[in-house]
Design a protein around this ligand. Structure first.
Ligand code: ZN
Length: 447
């Protein structure tokens, strides 16, 4: 008969099925020859102890292994120790294969469901998962970006800070919160942070404080769509204010004009143009505000920072007094974030991935369903396919002693001794590729 457990270091003695689980009595098959602690003492028997370990489920039922584990005492160092059972995990009351099973399954099942399946408590599942994350982060390191993006991502009801590599379109990391007290220590200890030359962000004061405090040489660029959106918001605010005071029928009409007014001037054609002009005749302020919005957006038509700044100064001076409250939020932001807004003209960071990030944000927030933030984070960051798509092969020159002589990380390599420099290839990981993550989302991988 084949052994029930089929584990090389254990022999099954008896299997009892009591309905919803298996209880397996087993014994160890190996022993120590000399004391493994002092490497020389002889061991002699020192009683035994009953122990139990969870194993991978069998036929859909949890399995618990019971063993009367022999104990030894060393004549040399005097220490006591148990007989070796290689198939037991050193840290958990579980077999090594169960720990491997939990690591794998914790990416697709909730901790609660997994705890029920293998008859361990949820806390143990969490510890095993945490060990996995820790090992992974020690082993796989994403190269610090040159242009870092900071975005908001709502996951399970809370805003998280998503750090991206703008040039590579990859996710560099996801932090559990966007609070200063959480991000500050993270950025202080970020490895190779000198690599970061530019940081693209929304106008969020906390981010600016963190960058100024921890990355003094990095320069900040405000996402231009974020500031441009504020011009549209100002116009919207005015439209809603006007609408409020209109008779019912007209109010209804102006309600539908949101998109008409948000259109760029050069996109207003034919009937749209007539309708817009009709509103502007009726409410001259709306026409003025629309022109101001257009004027503000056209600042970005300029090619140089100097020209754009001059256009902005002119624009600010042309705001009529009666519209200044409407545009107050925007003008305040322009004042407080001047440097970061116009840095765009030196480093025009594209928004090529913004749409994908928004999409990710929406879908990630919809998920949850018993997953912890840490699991969602790990599933995004460690996905093998997305990571592969986000990595590049780099050729580096190494000395004859194996020391990498090109930039970034200096790394010793074991190579045959040679007299000249040798070129070797290696994989550099930048993090999961955002378009691949979006594709995986669409395929239901994260459901
Ligand atoms: Zn010993």
């Amino acid at each position: 008969m084949t052994d029930f457990l089929q584990l090389p270091s254990l022999k099954t003695l008896e299997v009892v099925s009591d309905g919803d689980r298996y209880a397996v009595k087993a014994e160890g098959v190996s022993t120590w020859i000399v004391c493994p602690l002092c490497k020389r003492g002889r061991l002699y028997g020192h009683g035994s102890q009953e122990q139990s370990f969870q194993d991978t489920p069998s036929h859909g039922k949890p399995v618990e292994v019971f063993i009367q584990r022999r104990r030894y005492r060393c004549q040399g160092c005097g220490k006591t120790l148990f007989e070796p059972v290689a198939d037991f995990d050193g840290k958990r009351q579980a077999t090594a294969r169960l720990v491997a099973h939990i690591r794998k399954e914790s990416f697709t099942k909730t901790f609660a469901a997994l705890a029920r399946e293998v008859a361990l408590d949820e806390k143990t599942i969490r510890h095993i998962f945490d060990d996995f994350v820790e090992e992974f982060e020690a082993k796989v390191r994403f190269r610090t970006p040159r242009i870092l993006g900071i975005d908001e991502l709502k996951i399970i009801g809370d805003y998280r800070a998503m750090l991206t590599n703008v040039e590579r379109k990859t996710v560099f990391d996801i932090r559990p919160s966007r609070k200063k007290e959480d991000l500050l220590p993270y950025f202080r200890t970020l490895r190779n942070k000198d690599t970061i030359e530019w940081v693209a962000m929304d106008m969020y004061a906390v981010y600016k404080q963190i960058v100024k405090g921890t990355l003094p040489d990095a320069r900040i660029v405000v996402d231009r769509f974020h500031i441009q959106r504020m011009a549209n918001d100002a116009l919207e605010k005015l439209r809603k204010g006007i609408r409020k005071d209109l008779p019912a029928r007209q109010r209804l009409k102006l309600k539908d004009e949101r998109f008409l007014l948000l259109k760029r001037q050069h996109d207003l054609k034919g009937k749209d143009m007539e309708r817009a002009l009709e509103w502007f005749r009726q409410f001259p302020q709306l026409g003025e505000a629309h022109a101001l919005k257009e004027g503000f957006l056209s600042i970005w038509d300029h090619k140089t920072r100097t020209d754009a700044e001059a256009a902005c100064t002119k624009w600010l001076a042309n705001i009529p007094a009666e519209l200044s409250p409407t545009f107050k939020d925007l003008t305040t932001a322009v004042h407080n974030w001047h440097e970061e807004i116009f840095a765009y003209f030196e480093q025009p960071i594209t928004n090529a991935y913004t749409e994908s990030v928004n999409r990710l944000a929406k879908d990630m927030n919809r998920m949850g369903r018993g997953y912890s933030f840490e699991v969602i984070r790990a599933r995004m960051l460690y996905n093998a396919k997305a990571r592969k798509d986000g990595s590049v092969i780099e050729t580096v020159e190494v000395d004859d002693d194996g020391l990498v002589t090109t930039n970034f990380e200096f790394q010793r390599m074991t190579m045959a001794s040679m007299n000249q420099k040798k070129r070797v290839k290696r994989v550099v990981e930048y993090g999961p590729y955002i378009p691949t993550l979006v594709q995986l989302l669409e395929e239901g991988y994260f459901d």
